[in-house]
Ligand binder design. Sequence first.
Ligand code: GLA
Length: 759
Amino acid sequence: MAIIIDDENRIFTLQTQNTTYQMKADTQNVLLHTYYGEKTDHSDKSLLIYRADRGFSGNPYEIGKRDRTYSLDSLPQEYSSFGTGDYRITSLRVQNQDGSQAAELRYAGYRVQKGKYDIPGLPAAYAQNEEAETLIIRLADAYSGLEAELYYGILEEMDIITRAVKITNYGKEDVILNKAASMNLDWEYGDFEWISFYGRHSMEMNFQREKIHHGIQAIGSVRGSSSHQYNPFAIVCEKGSNETMGSCYGFSFVYSGEFLIEAEKDQLDRTRLICGIHPDNFSWKLQNGDMLWLPEVIMTHSSSGTGKLSRNLHKVIREHICRGKWKNSRCPILINNWEATYFKFNGEKLTEIAKQAKQLGIELFALDDGWFGNREDDSSGLGDWFANEKKLGCTLKELAERITAEGMQFGIWLEPEGISEDSDLYRRHPDWAVGIPGRKACLSRCQWILDFSRKDVQDYIIERISKLLDGIPVSYVKWDCNRAICDKFSRLLDSGRQGEFAHRYVLGLYRVLEELTEKFPEILFEGCGGGGGRFDAGMLYYMPQSWGSDTTDAIERLSIQYGASFGYPVSAMGTHVSTSPNHQTGRAVPLSTRGCVAMAGTFGYELDISTLTQEEKAEVKEQISRFKKYYELIQYGEYYRISSPYEGTCTVWEIADPSGREAMVSAVYHHAQANPAPVRVKVQGLKDEAGYQLFLNEDLKEKYPGRRLPYGFGSGEVLSGAALKQFGFVVPEAINGFQAWQIHIKECQPVIETGGRCV
Ligand code: GLA
């Protein structure tokens, strides 16, 4: 039983395999948060809450004369509200019809459901009925009639608890929600740090770990989408914890729009974390009977460091967020023409790329930007989703058929949310572009955004894209969006509802994606937001992978992919091998290193194949067959971060088969040093008593005679799982700048015989 309810004492305990979460409705009907962390029993943890009379922290009227130690300003709560005595950051801020901002949410009942709840119109983790349970707790404001239903989805086996909130106005008067977060989590005690991921276009997911200090710290986006600048994901961890040790909590917002994740350490050293839609561009009017669902947050806790936390998240995203055919099938290895040609191509050139790619074992050709409308550069044509037949020299159908006749699948790039001023669509529907009447809307990449909050715009896009995809043999769609949104305004919303625009936009986008992905279940959709501008669990619900970054430089990708690995599985990360020197950084990196880094993702190519030498072509062929060989292991294995790109000389990650029979260690020297210290890898996830052999992707001895290989790499040398865990092995030294090694570790005998050859 994942949900244990003590009805008499009104205690709700959620149990997962390794964690416990508890709340209690107290004598004042406040829903207290009493515990989240390592698994424990379901006894009343509210006893651990310490109360004292705190000056200037007031007391609710009903209790205030008797007990000055009871204050909403210091009690840990499940869903806090603004204006009635809690002065910390709060999850709900309303405006009542009389202009007041008060809300007092009090416990009003609960119900339990088998299975995992879902949220109409919003992405959310899903599960079979026997895999999950749902607890719903009702909180009500007796004055206004506003109710909040707190939803808890428990995926017991996965150590996952999800949260979402449904707010309904049962009162007669309108209530405006000015802030309505999806979750609030309070820690009664603890010294915490938090990890977040910041960035910019072409350099997403930089890792940052900071102390949670007194005051408020926050990450968020007011850019219309989850953004390159901050990822909607954070980890709160105990001071001193690391990859393998210590308590840590992960919060992944299943939402692709504007978000805010805030942390506050308060006057009494208690910590509060709130995650939800960003309030700056949000206000939502609820009239009598109206309700609003707030998006889901996936939470997990690990008592053994961030490594386990990440693996919990990888699993839940892979198995309970990603959907459709491609969730469990091998995605085709693709070649994308963007960095090969940019806008300069014709049908012949594209067919030639596809033909040559086929010879190397590549399976799909993805036609990127520039094939439609009048689009010779990025200043025009967006919105005109009709092929530019003059440029292609044929119809899109003919091109697709020519390419599929070569034995390649065909894919296409779209940016359906974008609109250029210089486009037929804009000339026909200038009012469809987001902007404020009477003002000149800000351009970005010389374009605007279509008002996806409008149903007529959604319908048009669904129809146009359906027609386009119906007519040609398409196996893959890259769904891009290349600007942030400002000048937020929709002509169809009245002035009192313009604050609903940003969220309505995301709901509109989700509707379009739901319909199109349902209509075309065979197509592999890849999300993209000018790289990783919308790399979030919300998008992964519709499209199981997302282009990671417009930086294809393998060395820059090390830190982008390192950052992403904290919250997202390898199967979600779009990665390509591109040319060297790299187009974004000018850095030259060996092909084998580019291949190794791209294999920590969906894996594909994005370069002009006709410029490769015979030797390089042979290497590409070899990479492809290696990726295919290890596909299951790489995509579905357990991921371990061994060393970080921010330190030392070598970034190392490992993917182990859950059975412990094999693992792949990838090591990339990101910093060349003379006379370097050895890089030691302690391998995780193997079986202690089994014997293993190490295999290097290149035959070092043959290529570089005279080099000394570390122990384990000689022929027939066997190491035990225990030795690999405790002492590890030393990575062969770098021969080139940015050398990469892939080391396959394979069980070679079931049990170690003492005195045998095993170490
Ligand atoms: C974005 C994408 C790129 C490419 C270009 C095309 O920047 O991230 O991969 O598709 O658009 O304009």
